[in-house]
Each structure stands twice: as structure tokens, then as C-alpha cells.
Ligand binder design. Structure first.
Ligand code: PNS
Length: 158
């Protein structure tokens, strides 16, 4: 049986920490879906269309990485795609509490789906999309922390 994993998130924007987790997932599972949450309530910097385009471009040569969007409950999307695993990245202990809550809630909602936590390489453990946006908007350098394409797109936003 082939294993299909879903890596959900906002990806606003995609960081090198996300890329690291996706590449690890692509080695561990037969296929991994980067599932971008369509959340009308948040005010994102990048539109859903931009986030899809960026992720597809970054993983263009990675044949077992798919980019998709989802709305509503994550477990419903995972079941609809007939995936078995939710992948989440853990950067620091501070991530754990919320991730643990989500994993257990998702387990209660659908006991068939397993959450697998993966650690990014050490140099990415302090990166978050929120910090990238803040640092860039205040004139700080983000090269090496996000894919080059994201850096280009950030420049176009200013
Ligand atoms: O990148 P993020 O913001 O950390 O991702 C959070 C995400 C998208 C994984 C989470 O908000 C989510 O799964 N949202 C979908 C709605 C849902 O299923 N909520 C219950 C989670 S227990």
C-alpha cells in the first residue's frame, strides 16, 4: 500500500523550514500533498493563487509533491484525498502544546488518520512565516530563510 501524507498550513509565505519538512516528507512517504488552508478570515500577504503558484514552482522538479488547497476541517480533506498521514513540523518545545492539542483533536475526529511530527534541520528552527513578514517589512534580510522566489515576490509587494 502506498502512503499518502498531507502537510497542511497557511504558507504565507512558504519558508525554507517548510521546504525542509516537505522534502523530508517526500523521502519518507510515497507522496505528500502541500495543502494550503483557504481561510477568508485572515488577511494574508499572499493570495491563495500566489501561494499555490510559489509552492508549485518551488517543487516543480519533485514529482511526488503535490500542491492543493483545502477549506473546512482538515480531517475531512485528508479522508477525501484518501491520505493516511498528517505531517506537521515541530521547531521548538513551544510549538508542541498547540500541535499536541490539534493532533489529539484530529485523532478524535478521525481515528484512522495519524499525525506525524517532523523536525526541520537545526538552522531553520527559529523561522516562521510571521517573523519573515515582519523582518522583511522592516527592511531586514531574509535571504537563505525563504526560497529565492519568495524573496523576489516579497520585494514586489513593497
Ligand atoms: O500554518 P498553520 O497556520 O500553523 O496551519 C494550521 C492548520 C491549517 C494546520 C490548522 O489551522 C487547520 O488544520 N485548520 C483547518 C480547520 C481544522 O481542521 N481545525 C481543527 C484542527 S484540530
Amino acid at each position: 500500500m502506498s502512503t499518502l501524507a498531507v502537510y497542511p498550513g497557511s504558507f504565507d509565505p512558504l519558508t525554507n523550514g517548510h521546504v525542509d519538512i516537505i522534502l523530508r516528507g517526500a523521502r519518507l512517504f510515497d507522496r505528500i500533498i502541500v495543502a494550503i488552508l483557504v481561510n477568508a478570515e485572515k488577511k494574508p500577504l499572499f493570495s491563495i493563487a500566489e501561494r499555490i503558484e510559489i509552492a508549485r514552482e518551488v517543487f516543480t522538479s519533485q514529482s511526488n509533491v503535490e500542491v492543493d488547497t483545502f477549506d473546512g476541517l482538515l480531517v475531512d480533506y485528508v479522508a477525501k484525498r484518501q491520505a493516511q498521514v498528517i505531517v506537521r513540523g515541530l521547531r521548538a518545545v513551544s510549538d508542541f502544546e498547540f500541535e499536541f492539542q490539534m493532533a489529539l483533536m484530529n485523532q478524535r475526529l478521525d481515528a484512522q488518520i495519524e499525525t506525524v511530527f517532523m523536525m526541520p534541520a537545526e538552522q531553520y528552527t527559529y523561522i516562521s512565516s510571521r517573523l519573515i513578514k515582519e523582518v522583511f517589512s522592516l527592511g531586514g534580510r531574509v535571504s537563505g530563510l525563504v526560497p529565492d522566489l519568495v524573496e523576489q515576490r516579497l520585494r514586489q509587494k513593497v
